[in-house]
Design a protein around this ligand. Structure first.
Ligand code: SF4
Ligand code: ZN
Ligand code: ZN
Length: 316
């Protein structure tokens, strides 16, 4: 097997691009794909400050390394959810990479940001864990980025994540999510620009890159992960692309480049469905709801239920 670039011995095959690489050219390939996404979708520039959500898993950690290699001004943001040893190991990986690279990182505990432990919020809101986790991360990371004056917030969602999400949204007719499913979402008042620089790379690409760069990541599974439907959608997409390797890319970029602009364009411009824009009466951040945003409402529910629980306890 020969490297497609230098004709030397190749060690890594990338079926999606029908190429083979030696280690140095595989590194270049990964960085080129990240750079292409950043430039094509105008995610951020070299003079801008980027906050990267780092979970401690392979994707965000590998993206952290790639952004440093490409010379971007990137700082990590890690929120420890308090999921026992899973969260402790994840935080350890984040700290270890940050120290090794001399890369700035901001680490918070869920409870210090939310005011309650994750499990308490779960008990009183009755939400599925991943919905609560997603709602919290979206709200909290946006707020930290806005208040810290960052130009962009980046995340390590890769092509496998995005195609699984797209498939799920199409299967369930989630038009609101489909309108916003883009590699980049522009900034708006109270909302930082959001970007996903790994949309041209897969789970396998990122595992290999993390191995090649010897990145300390936590490969363990979140204790709530078994309830995630997107794993099933990933399996479906893997099955299809095993038979036809370019399918994930054509599915995702066909949607993002051709279909998604039509969906967004139809919202409002010709009388189509458009989300209402309001500002939360509690925190002042943008929301599609009237009155309180979802996060403030959740916190109020927890405060109320916890109070009732304490009163109930006293009356017995
Ligand atoms: S599996 Fe669910 S709960 Fe666990 S980190 Fe991921 S989104 Fe959060
Ligand atoms: Zn080579
Ligand atoms: Zn609010």
């Amino acid at each position: 097997m020969k490297c497609t670039v230098c004709r030397g011995p190749a060690e890594i095959r990338v079926p999606r691009h029908n190429t083979k690489f030696c280690i140095p050219h595989f590194r270049e390939h990964i960085l080129r794909q990240v750079k292409r996404s950043i430039r094509k979708y105008e995610m951020f520039g070299h003079s801008e400050r980027v906050l990267l959500s780092v979970s401690g898993g392979k994707d965000s950690m590998a993206l952290w390394k790639a952004l440093i290699e490409l010379g971007y001004q990137v700082e990590g943001l890690h929120i420890n959810n308090g999921f026992g040893s899973f969260s402790e190991e994840s935080e350890k990986a984040v700290r270890s990479f940050s120290e090794r690279q001399g890369a700035p990182v901001h680490i918070y505990r869920f409870q210090e940001l939310a005011g309650y432990p994750f499990e308490t919020m779960l008990r009183y809101t009755h939400m599925p864990p991943c919905s609560l986790c997603g709602t919290a991360k979206r709200y909290l990371s946006n707020r930290i980025a806005v208040e810290g004056g960052y130009d962009a917030l980046a995340s390590g969602h890769n092509l496998d994540d995005e195609t699984a999400f797209l498939l799920g949204n199409l299967l369930h007719g989630q038009t609101g999510y489909l309108q916003r499913q883009s590699p980049v979402l522009p900034a708006e008042p109270g909302l930082v620009r959001k970007s996903k620089p790994l949309v041209r790379l897969t789970d396998r690409d990122m595992s290999l890159y993390a191995q090649v760069e010897e990145i300390p990541y936590h490969g363990g599974q979140c204790p709530h992960a078994r309830k995630v439907m997107s794993h099933f959608h990933k399996e479906v997409m893997n099955y299809v692309s095993d038979h036809s390797p370019g399918t994930k890319g054509s599915f995702y970029f066909g949607f993002v480049d051709k279909l998604q602009p039509l969906l967004s364009g139809s919202a409002g411009a010709d009388g189509g469905e458009q989300e209402e824009v309001n500002y939360c009466t509690v925190c002042g951040y943008k929301t599609t709801r009237r009155g309180k945003c979802k996060w403030c409402e959740l916190k109020e529910t927890v405060a109320r239920e916890e109070g009732a629980h304490a009163d109930g306890g006293r009356n017995h």
